[in-house]
Design a binder for this molecule. Structure first.
Ligand code: GRF
Length: 201
């Protein structure tokens, strides 16, 4: 399978995918054909460049409307003819045009146990709420905010002395492993979506 990965920041989830593929190029069942971002100058793009993977950037500010940006992003992704699109720490909401083309085969990863604590501050919100366990979720992207069908989740215990950063780092360890596993499985074995259920054979 052909993967396009979208990032907005450090790209450690992307790196986990790169490492898994490098470790077993034949067996992993997928290869990353391009990495895109909504801004330049981020570590995620450097990781792609180091791996010799083509990159592209679609800054929101360069487009007259959000719909124009969404269309441009869809075009940039579509040029690589992906089988799967992975949002790995991509901090923008994709819109109607993008989902018309790649909905149902776009995955996202979120550092909380959805449906709890959706949105851009899931780790901070869980910590503030005083939960004893939190975790991460890999799901399909739909037109809501972190509301798509859940594929896999991992649980992380919250420690009394946790800060947002220490907790997020521990979540990311689980998240990276979960994402590598789900992407590899979907790429190799395919999947079927029935309503909110994603069936992996
Ligand atoms: C991940 O925890 C992701 O779920 C969240 O931001 C983090 C991105 O980390 N949206 P990285 O850029 O993959 O290191």
């Amino acid at each position: 399978s052909r993967l396009v990965v979208l990032v907005s920041g450090s790209g450690t989830n992307l790196q986990a995918l790169l490492d898994a593929i490098a470790a077993d190029p034949g067996g992993y069942g997928a290869r990353i054909v391009a990495v895109g971002a909504d801004r330049s100058g981020i570590a995620g793009l450097e990781r792609a460049e180091r791996a010799g993977i083509p990159t592209f950037v679609c800054p929101v500010g360069e487009y007259a409307t959000r719909a124009d940006w969404d269309r441009a992003l869809a075009e940039a992704v579509g040029a690589y003819e992906p089988d799967l699109v992975v949002l790995a720490g991509f901090m923008k909401l994709v819109g109607g045009e993008f989902l018309a083309r790649f909905g149902g085969r776009t995955l996202n990863t979120h550092p909380a146990l959805l449906p709890s604590f959706p949105g851009a501050h899931g780790v901070r919100d869980a910590l503030a709420h005083g939960v004893k366990v939190t975790g991460c979720t890999v799901m399909l992207v739909d037109d809501g905010v972190d509301t798509g069908p859940i594929i896999a989740q991992g649980v992380v215990a919250v420690r009394p002395d946790d800060s947002e950063d220490t907790l997020h780092e521990r979540i990311k360890e689980v998240e990276r492993a979960l994402l590598v596993d789900v992407v590899g499985t979907l790429a190799r074995d395919g999947y079927r979506i029935e309503g909110r259920k994603v069936h992996i054979p």
